[in-house]
Each structure stands twice: as structure tokens, then as C-alpha cells.
Design a protein around this ligand. Structure first.
Ligand code: COI
Length: 365
């Protein structure tokens, strides 16, 4: 039976004037939360149940709850966009629903069906539509997640699990906005190994990226780039984003996801948009040495990071350690023409300013 996430009567709703006052001109990223959250529970041997749309509030958690000890958790990130005519749309939410199922499978959490995932997201966006910002580059960031909520210390898959969706009106992910970012290439830390959880969107991948992010910060970089765990020879992905290169012969190059890299929705969208800008999408292993040599030679002309939160972010330079010293490879065209064109087309589709040729947008209101 499908879930409906019916609104619990009597939950408080913030007035549009108060929302505007709280958010100000720039809501930042992931700081403010809307009035409601969708919640459902699961226990072994039963279907998902107790689905409701209730007031945004803390969860009562047993201190022994499995997620706090063993990290059995998965999450998603997608956005709702307010168009000029005040209609509200989601971008490819079924891609998130399907990835959520794959992530749940990998973490041995009960999957939530695509229909139920979409029902929860849509119920929340409908109830909290007043929180979807209308300003340039602002949207409602939606965060579905499932976590093990059984209070036992034995290491086994949880027999009680909670699914929830919360939402946060958000602006740019990076404080620097659209300024090209610097990337630190770490060979100290790894993000994912063969057979691991690299392709799953689970908290542990992000927790293990934090120390590497500190290393990046210490080198004045906004993001960290991970190479493959076995050899540190191949570039994989950033702390929370996929990576693309533009070459002087018209390739749009990215490493294949093949188990260790997150299958990004923005990544997939960029690959599909590429031919419209005379770019040939190429997914193949990319060696770090190739990147550095080609940046130097100017045959990689642009580099960009992408993800739902950060959209498309141009890269200025890669920094790395070589023979004990810090070195830098500068991207010839930071925020060059291909990056600009892809980003503009993507945001134009998302905000309803360009034709939705691929049928990516789903109207909610
Ligand atoms: C996203 O782009 O949605 C992400 O999940 C990245 C980060 C905010 C965790």
C-alpha cells in the first residue's frame, strides 16, 4: 500500500512575512528549516507505516540507537524551484528516489518505493510552499534520509528504521558564490575502495571526507579531490561533488562511476546536455598525471565541479604535494565558455527559463 504523508492537523505554519524576515536576502545553505517534515517508520517483518507530515521537531532518540554507533544511514539531496509564474517544480526527483533505493540496499536499510519517496517530498513541498525562495539562484533544498532507529548495541542491521524528509531554503553552497574554487588533491586520505560504499549516498562517506577537507583548508583550498584508494593514480571525486574536465578538442571528460564514485544527478544531466554545446561526453578513467600534464600543456582548458547543492562550480586551480613541496596547476580558463554555457542551460531549465527538452522538471504546484 502506498504512503500518503497526510498533514497532522494543527501544526503551526509560519507567515510569508516572517519567512522573509528570517531568511533575509541570502538564506545561506542548510541553516533554516521549513515548518514541517515527512516521517515514516519501519520494523522488521512489517511494511513502512505511521507516515505523516508533522511539525519540524527533534526526534526522541534512545542513546543506544544504531545510527549513532554504527552509522547505518543514507540520504538524498534535491531541490524545488520557484518559477517566475510562482509555480513550483522539482528537478529529476525520480533519479534521487532510485539512487536512494540503491544506497539503502548497500547499507542494508529497507528501501522506500519510488512512489512513497515522491509522495513524501511532494507533500512536504506542497505544505511548505511559502518557504520556496523566489530570488535568483535560491531554491528549497530537500533532504530525505533513512536511519537505523533501534536502540541496541549489537552490530546487525536495524530492526527499526526511520525515514524522514526535511527542507531548507538555500542560496549558494559555497560562501564564495560563483567564484572559481581551488581544489586540494589529497593522497593522504581515500574516500572509497573497491566493494565499499563509495557509490552510496551515506553519511560515512561524508564523515570520512572531513579530515581531508581540513587538509584542503590548510592549503587554502575550498574542496578536496580524492584519488583511487589502491594506487592514488586515478582522479575520482571531490568531498561532495563530481568532477569534469573540458579538453581543447571538445571532450567533456569525467571518470566513470564504476562503484566508487557517486552517480550524481547533476553529473548525468551535464553528460546529456554536452552535445548541445558541441561537447563529446566521455566517461573513462582519468589519471592524475594526465590532468596535471594537460593543464600545464593547455589541452585541458576548463575544469568544473558539480552536485545538486553546488550546481556547477568552476575550478581555478588544483594544488597538490610534489617531492615534499606544494605545487599548483592552474586551469587555463577558470569559468570558461563550456562551463558557463552548461551552467546557464542547466539553471535555465531548472528555473523554467529554457525549454525542458528532456522532460526533467516535475510540477508540484
Ligand atoms: C548535494 O549536492 O546534494 C550533496 O549531497 C552535497 C552535500 C551538501 C552533502
Amino acid at each position: 500500500m502506498s504512503l500518503s504523508f497526510a498533514l497532522v492537523p494543527g501544526t503551526p505554519t509560519t507567515s510569508p512575512a516572517e519567512i522573509a524576515r528570517r531568511l533575509g536576502a541570502d538564506p545561506g545553505f542548510g541553516i533554516h528549516f521549513t515548518d514541517h517534515m515527512a516521517v515514516a517508520h519501519w520494523q522488521a517483518g512489517q511494511d513502512w507505516q505511521d507516515d505523516q507530515l508533522t511539525a519540524y521537531a527533534p526526534f526522541p532518540l534512545d542513546p543506544a540507537v544504531t545510527v549513532l554507533h554504527y552509522g547505518q544511514e543514507v540520504f538524498e539531496g534535491l531541490k524545488a524551484y520557484r518559477h517566475a509564474d510562482d509555480s513550483i517544480w522539482l528537478f529529476r526527483p525520480e533519479m534521487n528516489a532510485r539512487r536512494f533505493q540503491r544506497s539503502s540496499y548497500r547499507l542494508d536499510l529497507p528501501p522506500i518505493s519510488e512512489t512513497d519517496f515522491l509522495a513524501a517530498v511532494e507533500a512536504l513541498v506542497r505544505a511548505d510552499a511559502a518557504w520556496v525562495p523566489g530570488a535568483e539562484e535560491q531554491s528549497l533544498y530537500i533532504r530525505p534520509f533513512t536511519f537505523a532507529s533501534e536502540g541496541v548495541l549489537g552490530v546487525h542491521s536495524a530492526r527499526r528504521v526511520t525515514f524522514a524528509v526535511i527542507a531548507s531554503p538555500s542560496g549558494a553552497y559555497f560562501a564564495s558564490g560563483l567564484n572559481p574554487v581551488d581544489i586540494w588533491v589529497t593522497t593522504t586520505y581515500s574516500r572509497a575502495g573497491s566493494g565499499g560504499t563509495g557509490a552510496a549516498k551515506c553519511g560515512g562517506n561524508y564523515a570520512s571526507s572531513l579530515l581531508a577537507a581540513k587538509e584542503a583548508e590548510a592549503h587554502n583550498c575550498e574542496q578536496v579531490l580524492f584519488t583511487d584508494a589502491a594506487t592514488h593514480h586515478w582522479v575520482e571525486e571531490l568531498g561532495g561533488m563530481n568532477l569534469f574536465f573540458v579538453t581543447d578538442d571538445g571532450e567533456l571528460l569525467t571518470p566513470p562511476t564504476s562503484g566508487t564514485i557517486l552517480e550524481g544527478v547533476t553529473r548525468d544531466s551535464i553528460l546529456q546536455l554536452a552535445p548541445q554545446f558541441d561537447l563529446r561526453p566521455v566517461e573513462r578513467p582519468v589519471a592524475l598525471d594526465e590532468v596535471l600534464t594537460r593543464l600545464e600543456a593547455g589541452t585541458i582548458t576548463e575544469a568544473l565541479a558539480c552536485g545538486t547543492a553546488a550546481v556547477i562550480t568552476p575550478i581555478r586551480a588544483f594544488r597538490f604535494e610534489r617531492e615534499g613541496a606544494e605545487a599548483e596547476a592552474v586551469v587555463p580558463q577558470a569559468f570558461g565558455p563550456a562551463t558557463k554555457a552548461l551552467r546557464q542551460r542547466l539553471v535555465d531549465i531548472q528555473w523554467g527559463r529554457a525549454a525542458d527538452d528532456f522532460g526533467w522538471m516535475r510540477r508540484i504546484i
